[in-house]
Design a protein around this ligand. Structure first.
Ligand code: NAI
Length: 338
């Protein structure tokens, strides 16, 4: 266990238990060098404890990188509540909130996959170290979508010397909270959209409202940009082989299935805009709640995702390394300088 933590550079991992609430949770704190370890709480049915731990470790490290490159005075952390089939959701989240509270501000959390604003309100009754409340910036998805659009524009500029989305074909996988908002923003700017979601009504809505072309599989579609806005791990050897785009830029966390995927994209001359830069709009909106930043500061910082993406793509090209590797190197430098 210690060698795992040493390899990834994690500071602390907390295992929480409350049998009465049927609660089992993990809080992984990757780094507090830049500030409190900020990251969401995931509620998920894991195949094993090992899988839950790996998720918490991977996601908290990703949060360190995301927060560092977003220019936030935050470290990286992540909470995981293992779905054990308990019917008493409030008891689970109260138990997790007690763990968060014991950390005394070292970890500040908000929504993630499987958790809602209502869950955060439940946790807020136990501990102050909660963001993403209805009294704050609210739903992070529109902010995330704005940042993804800026990353797409940077990718377009890097490849075509013009970041204008008008007339570009953009394929979006996943039309949920972020994907649909992104689709709407891009359609308003004159992009041609090709979309896919597992839920047919969402595709129909995009076709009716935005003039999008709905397809049964968006991965191999010919487009300027492929925007993964559904689940992680979408870019593996198989999907990368099928891609027919120039740029990949989307909202999903951990889009690269493994370390080889970044290089495989490079070999295919596909420009990958690193996910943890592109999707930082959500955590930047958390600065409204946690740091009291005015909203215009939040949106200015989100728009800077364009500059950060462009700088990383430029570094990667100069150094002949993948953008993912360049982004990690830059994030580690920011963290080490402190
Ligand atoms: P969501 O749950 O609202 O939407 C996801 C959508 O993807 C759903 O419509 C679902 O039907 C669809 N989907 C799932 N698997 C699919 C597949 N194989 N093919 C096509 N569609 C599929 O989630 P949300 O909030 O829009 O987030 C999207 C991604 O962005 C997630 O990976 C999330 O972790 C990431 N993200 C979200 C942020 C936010 O502010 N909501 C912030 C940072 C990252």
């Amino acid at each position: 266990m210690f060698s795992v933590l040493e390899a990834s550079g994690h500071e602390t991992v907390v295992f929480g238990s409350d049998p009465a609430a049927r609660y089992r949770g993990i809080i992984a704190i990757h780094s507090t060098r830049l500030g409190p370890a900020v990251g969401g709480t995931r509620y998920w049915r894991y195949a094993s404890l090992q899988a839950a731990l790996e998720d918490a470790l991977r996601l908290s490290q990703g949060m360190s990188y995301k927060n560092a490159l977003a220019g936030l005075p935050f470290g990286g952390g992540k909470g995981v509540i293992i779905d054990t089939g308990s019917a008493n959701r409030a008891a689970l989240f109260e138990a997790h909130a007690r763990q968060v509270d014991r950390l005394g501000g070292l970890h500040i959390t908000a929504e993630d996959v499987g958790t809602t604003v209502a869950d955060m309100e439940t946790m807020r009754r136990i501990t102050p170290h909660i963001a993403g409340l209805s009294s704050g910036a609210g739903d992070p998805a529109p902010y995330t979508a704005r940042g993804v659009r800026r990353a797409i524009e940077a990718g377009l500029f890097h490849r075509f010397r013009s970041g204008v989305v008008e007339g570009r074909t953009i394929a979006i996988q996943g039309l949920g909270a972020v994907g649909y908002r992104l689709a709407r923003d891009l359609a308003e700017q004159g992009a041609r959209l090709i979309v896919h979601d597992l839920i047919p009504e969402r595709m129909q809505r995009a076709a009716d409202e935005l003039g999008a072309r709905a397809v049964p599989d968006v991965v191999g579609i010919t487009a300027d940009v492929f925007a993964p806005c559904a689940m992680g791990g979408v870019l593996d050897a198989n999907t990368i082989e099928r891609l027919n785009c120039t740029i990949v830029a989307g909202a999903a966390n951990n889009q690269l299935a493994d370390a080889a995927a970044g290089d495989a994209l490079m070999r295919r001359d596909i420009t990958y805009c690193p996910d943890f830069i592109a999707n930082a709009g959500g955590v930047l909106s958390g600065a409204f709640d946690i740091l009291g930043w005015p909203m215009h500061e939040v949106t200015t910082r989100i728009d800077r995702i364009y500059d950060t993406t462009l700088a990383v793509l430029h570094n990667a090209r100069e150094q002949r390394i993948s953008p993912a590797a360049a982004a990690i190197a830059l994030a580690e430098e920011v963290i080490s300088v402190g």
